[in-house]
Design a protein around this ligand. Structure first.
Ligand SMILES: Cc1ncc(COP(=O)(O)O)c(C=O)c1O
Length: 420
């Protein structure tokens, strides 16, 4: 190896190792992330990393897929069981790719679609700048109830009746409470629209039975990431309870050849292991996650923070939202940077009233990863105390970091999974 290459490689590998340490010794609190189990990691690090398997189990375009056929066939069955769906495609390489596939299957360019606006917490793939724009759709966003942090049911129903979208899309990235889906799906079906629910963030809570049950509340299709509250490797799912085989073929074709050729077989294998672990431990993990989110929100409010949605009990998901200053002031950005210095990893987030994504007033916190490491409600109070020391008491973050590292050192294993 030349000196140049040696230096490049060691720079890369040092950064890889450091990033693991950073997450492993602090409080990882990004709401869209999670930690994978040792067995999921083993599947992800396998030879499948370099392989191809276009098509579906038993119907491949390449030789050499027998073992992977076994893995994917088990995975489809497990996904149907874990998500209680008659159809599952486990190939999408991300939540966004699941959404692109679903939009390809459900609507045509030029069709009208209704969705949550990004300002109200909708995801960029639901926007003109993302998958909705890519598909050439005419986007209408729901009227929003800021206090309840959900679509204004009556106004959104009227909007669906007036605009008559071909597809009503629900779900968001800021997701504190279940969507009033039954009411709005009924209206959408009345006017002949399909209903899609993007459960990227809350998929693990849905599968764990603690959030809402979109496939029984009117969603024709549910999409989601496999790595947020669902604790698998990065990837996506496409799910449905429609029993029509033609519809299943349309969904499968939208994934391959529609949006993927290679679909990251090592991650599919990891997803299948995660599904099996979820079957065994998912309900308890989901319950503990929501309990911890509620405990963290209450503890932060007690410490003096402005925690959103107090009237509704702060949260019914894995997320907690806090406001740190005036709208568009960038107070959320500053708070996230100070917390990072103390080893607490969060993200700034737009809150109601904010108009600029780079200078928002809030933070979005997620407790699913701390929960996976075994933290409970007592630790949530300690986490809130660390937030107070950094952001209210303005203590030197490096002093608080010592305490963060100390608390975390008792919670290094991954729980809710099989031991190797
Ligand atoms: C609602 C929603 N949909 C889709 C996505 C995209 O998921 P992925 O990052 O897996 O592409 C996200 C990501 O945060 C999301 O919040």
């Amino acid at each position: 190896m030349s000196d140049n290459h040696r230096s490049t490689i060691s720079q890369i590998l040092d950064a890889v190792d450091r990033s693991g340490e950073h997450y492993g010794t602090g409080f990882p609190m990004i709401a869209s992330e999670n930690v994978i189990s040792p067995l999921v990691r083993r599947a992800c690090n396998s030879d499948l990393h370099g392989r191809y398997a276009e098509g579906l189990p038993g119907k491949r375009y390449y030789q050499g897929c027998d073992d992977f056929d076994t893995i994917e066939a088990i995975g489809i069955q497990l996904a149907q069981k874990v998500f209680n769906s008659s159809f599952a495609n486990i190939q999408p390489t991300s939540g966004t790719v699941s959404n692109i596939g679903a939009l390809k299957a459900l609507v045509k360019p030029g069709d009208r679609i209704s969705a949550v606006s990004t300002a109200d917490g909708g995801h960029i793939s639901h926007a003109q700048m993302g998958a909705v724009g890519l598909r050439g759709l005419d986007l209408h966003t729901y009227p929003w109830d800021i206090d309840r942090m959900e679509p204004d049911i009556d106004a959104a129903a009227a909007m669906i009746r007036d605009t008559e979208p071909a597809l009503a899309l629900f779900g968001a990235s800021v997701f504190l409470f279940p969507t009033p889906l039954e009411e709005l799906a009924d209206v959408a079906h009345e006017i002949g629209a399909r209903v899609m629910y993007d459960g990227a963030h809350v998929l693990g809570l849905i599968a764990g039975g603690v959030f809402q049950d979109p496939l029984r509340e009117g969603a024709d299709v549910m999409t989601g990431s496999s790595h947020k509250t669902f604790p698998g490797p990065q990837g996506g799912f496409l799910l449905s309870n429609n029993d029509d085989e033609k519809f299943h073929r349309r969904l499968n074709n939208a994934v391959f050849p529609g949006t993927n050729s290679s679909y990251h077989l090592h991650h599919v294998a990891g997803k299948v292991v995660a599904l099996s672990e979820f079957e065994a431990f998912g309900k308890q993990y989901a319950r503990d996650t929501v309990r911890n989110a509620k405990a963290l929100a209450a503890a932060l409010a007690t410490e003096g923070f402005d925690v959103l949605a107090e009237d509704r009990g702060f949260t019914a998901s894995h997320q907690v939202l806090t406001r740190h200053g005036e709208t568009d002031s960038g107070a959320g950005r500053k708070a996230a940077a100070m917390l990072e210095e103390a080893g607490i990893i969060t993200n700034m987030n737009m809150l109601p009233g904010d108009t600029k994504a780079m200078t928002p007033s809030g933070l979005r916190l997620g407790v699913q990863e701390l929960t996976r490491h075994g933290m409970g409600t007592t630790e949530m109070e300690e986490v809130a105390t660390c937030f107070r020391r950094v952001l209210i008491d303005q203590e030197d973050p490096s002093t608080v970091k010592t305490r963060v590292n100390q608390i975390r050192s008792d919670f290094t294993e991954v729980r809710y999974c099989f031991q190797e």
